[in-house]
Design a protein around this ligand. Structure first.
Ligand code: SF4
Ligand code: SF4
Ligand code: SF4
Length: 351
């Protein structure tokens, strides 16, 4: 073990690069990244017209534009999957496409408000704050359940990928955390207690607002303050300590996603037959889910979002995704499906 501990970072990356190059192309995975967007976007283009308007943006500007948009999105999905699996380490690429999605999402909102309503989905504005996915329906006493259903659907299909690939806010927490080269995580016990208290607290406050008949203006002000606090936490903690404090300790939706994802049959595991317990991989995790204790246990911690950042970080190829207990091609298929859904979100996620 002492020999491995002396590996320098250069050697470590070199080995990871070799691991990348030695892979053979999995055409089924690439096909999956093609099929998933097709499965969702073609019916949307053909049949779905909420509010009397096409959902795909290009179709709103010119006839058959939706088909051209689908064509380019398909190329995007397959190319991105190929790059992740065979060209670049996911750790380098993930933050870029996650941020890209968030920038597209918020750009459309700004263009919708300032330039043309065509950039909005419904035109009915709501605040893009993840906590409102649960607090909104509780406060309203029901109503539009699209976002909670969407969230639950992604958990059923992809487990916790919402919090590593699909959320328009989490990307900024990830960016803030990467400001530091090495994460300095907080106590997990504190994070756990605080985040589930937040979940209960947000539901309770929304329920009380409903029962007390609190006006929309007051509820909206409360939501805005919550959003500002979220940004402040990203700066105060994630930026300074190098791990995603906002997502792993504060956000109630993150708590829910992590909890429900425990029913999903995929886990990040460590193969003790090859692991040298050098702990070099621990720095790659910004979710506070890969401590030396987790490595000894052979499985990533509670907060793991299956982001995959740690997979390429092991010189011994000991970290893998296990799906229903099997690791054969599990990561390839999983990330292909995630990128497919990410592509669908890119096309359809708008306010
Ligand atoms: S924890 Fe919250 S803000 Fe972070 S990615 Fe998940 S839902 Fe988004
Ligand atoms: S899994 Fe982590 S601790 Fe084990 S050999 Fe790989 S880098 Fe080292
Ligand atoms: S353990 Fe690995 S896959 Fe899980 S959150 Fe950490 S870096 Fe991502």
């Amino acid at each position: 073990m002492s020999k491995v501990k002396r590996l320098n970072v250069k050697q470590f990356n070199f080995n990871s690069d070799l691991n990348q190059q030695s892979k053979t192309i999995n055409y089924i995975a690439l096909s999956l990244s093609l099929i998933v967007p097709l499965f969702f976007l073609v019916p949307v283009q053909l049949f779905v017209r909420p509010y009397g308007r096409p959902m795909l943006l290009a179709e709103r500007f010119f006839h058959n534009g939706g088909w051209i948009e689908i064509f380019f999105l398909e190329i995007y999905s397959v190319t991105l999957t190929y790059i992740i699996l065979y060209k670049e380490q996911i750790k380098k690429v993930r933050i870029r496409y996650w941020l890209f999605f968030s920038v597209i999402f918020f750009s459309q909102l700004i263009l919708g408000l300032l330039v043309s309503e065509k950039f909005l989905m419904s035109g009915k504005l709501h605040f893009p704050i993840p906590a409102l996915i649960i607090a909104g329906p509780v406060y309203r006493g029901g109503g539009n359940l699209f976002m909670p259903i969407l969230l639950l659907s992604t958990i059923v299909i992809l487990g916790p990928a919402w919090c590593s690939h699909l959320c328009y806010i989490g990307a900024w927490d990830a960016l803030a955390a990467r400001h530091k080269k090495k994460p300095k995580p907080f106590s997990r016990k504190f994070s756990m207690i605080f985040r589930y208290s937040m979940l209960v607290g947000v539901i309770l406050v929304a329920y009380l607002m409903n029962r007390l008949g609190v006006s929309v203006v007051v509820a909206t002000t409360f939501a805005i303050l919550f959003g500002i606090l979220s940004l402040a936490l990203m700066y105060l903690f994630s930026w300074r300590f190098g791990y995603m404090f906002h997502c792993t300790t504060f956000c109630p939706i993150g708590s829910l996603v992590t909890l429900l994802s425990k029913l999903y049959p995929a886990r990040i595991r460590i193969d003790h037959n090859t692991c040298t317990f050098c702990n070099l991989c621990t720095v790659s995790c910004r979710y506070n889910a890969l401590s030396p204790q987790d490595i000894k246990k052979g499985v990533a911690g509670w907060n793991c979002t299956l982001c995959g950042d740690c997979l390429d970080s092991c010189h011994a190829n000991s970290i893998y995704l296990s799906f229903f207990g099997s690791k054969k091609n599990a990561w390839e298929y999983y990330i292909a499906a995630v990128i497919g859904v990410h592509t669908v979100f890119l096309a359809l996620a708008r306010i």
